[in-house]
Design a protein around this ligand. Sequence first.
Ligand code: NAD
Length: 476
Amino acid sequence: MASYPELKLCIGGEWRSRPGAPVLNPFDDSVLGQVPHATRQDMDDALEAAAQGHRAWSRTAPGRRAEIMRRAAAILRDRAGDIAHSITLEQGKPVGQAKVEVMRACDMIEWDAEEGRRAYGRVIPAEPGMRHIVLREPIGVVAGFAPWNFPISSPMRKVAGALAAGCAIIIKASEETPAGAFHLTEAFLEAGLPKGALNLLFGEPDAISSYLIPHPTVRLVTFTGSIPVGKHLATLAGQHMKPAIMELGGHAPVIVCGDADPAKAAATSVMGKSRNAGQVCVSPTRFFVDDAVYDRFTEAFAEGAQAVRIGSGLDEATQMGPLANRRRVEAMERLVADATGRGARLLAGGERLGNRGNLFPLTVLADVPEDAAAMQEEPFGPLALIHRTRTLEEAIGKANALPFGLAAYAFTRSTGNAEALMAGVECGNLSINHLTASFPETPFGGVKDSGYGREGGTEGLSCYTVTKNVSHLIEA
Ligand code: NAD
């Protein structure tokens, strides 16, 4: 198995070493390596390289672009085992989940690569001698900012979207989990991407975003992360009239209807909640469970949660790894204490395990009152909060009560309930009877404070293009 990579910046197709900060293993707090921090000169060079890269890449035939992108995906698939190992070391998730993440990132590249060939325009009917042609052109150089929870698939969403549309991108990936973005950049270079079409930076997040976003070379901003940081970056983008894709936090409700199979819904929920230890913007979190199935669902969920094997992500038997950083452990401790202090019943987990690394078990709280802090703020960790409801209308009202609206889920066998959920739940992505919120071919994103713009699907790709109308009065 390959060791953790020696991390570098990538500017104009060249690798650069810089002093930086340590990268920690969240399982045992050991130091894995050093992440380089970009200087102002590095940022200027990346902007210049991206401008040149954009000229070359936007003029490359779409079929050729797709070929290079598919080659990058093939390289990553070949290396999936080694890359998953790096991701588990730096982020903590079980190595099987890390491998699924790498494969998902490849699926995104392949789908976007093909869809980029279909950025069709339109011809609008006009009077004789006049022609109106609508073109969809690559928007220009993109500045992307990716978080620590999905080290390869989150930066890949942005890189694949930008490249498929014919744009160059500067990606600032997470300093806490940098290896995923490093490996993806390496694969694109080896696949033959023109120099400068993809540039990789790490550093002090605010120093980089506050320099890149206002810079005239940058034409689009894309960010995945927390709502406060998203609002800060969206404000900056707005001040400089830059469009932005904001994929921010959520607090996903799960409505379990009275006609659902409680055991099946609970088993699915245990798996969904333990994925990436709940550090997912679409993690199922607020469970609004109908009175008719409440006790059976709650009992089955608690039993399932207690059986989840937690430990080192490198151990094949592990089902849930450590939390990615100490901040998340502190947040879980605070939210559990607050909820139990307000009368919630703790049925599983609830306390950090050991005193090294960030192990925190899958935690189930029942009868959680609506005023508990965890019901209001995104836990971004392995907390399942169960709350009793008596009608579907009540459950939908409570699901919509927060200022978030990213993913939402429901379990029901009734078409009537499904229709009411579709019409009533305020969210960008609703999944019924399963807990997958996004696929490469479907648009993903939020409403309300969860952000705007979409990633994935044709809607996602269109965010990386700009519409130009050409109106031609034809002279003989
Ligand atoms: P945070 O608010 O400090 O940072 C969130 C992300 O934004 C990090 O990746 C960070 O590097 C980046 N960031 C922070 N300031 C920035 C700036 N000025 N410019 C550019 N990037 C910047 O929170 P955190 O402790 O790292 O993560 C916890 C919270 O973040 C969670 O509660 C969750 O809401 C959110 N989060 C969301 C996602 C998601 O997929 N939507 C992913 C990771 C974190």
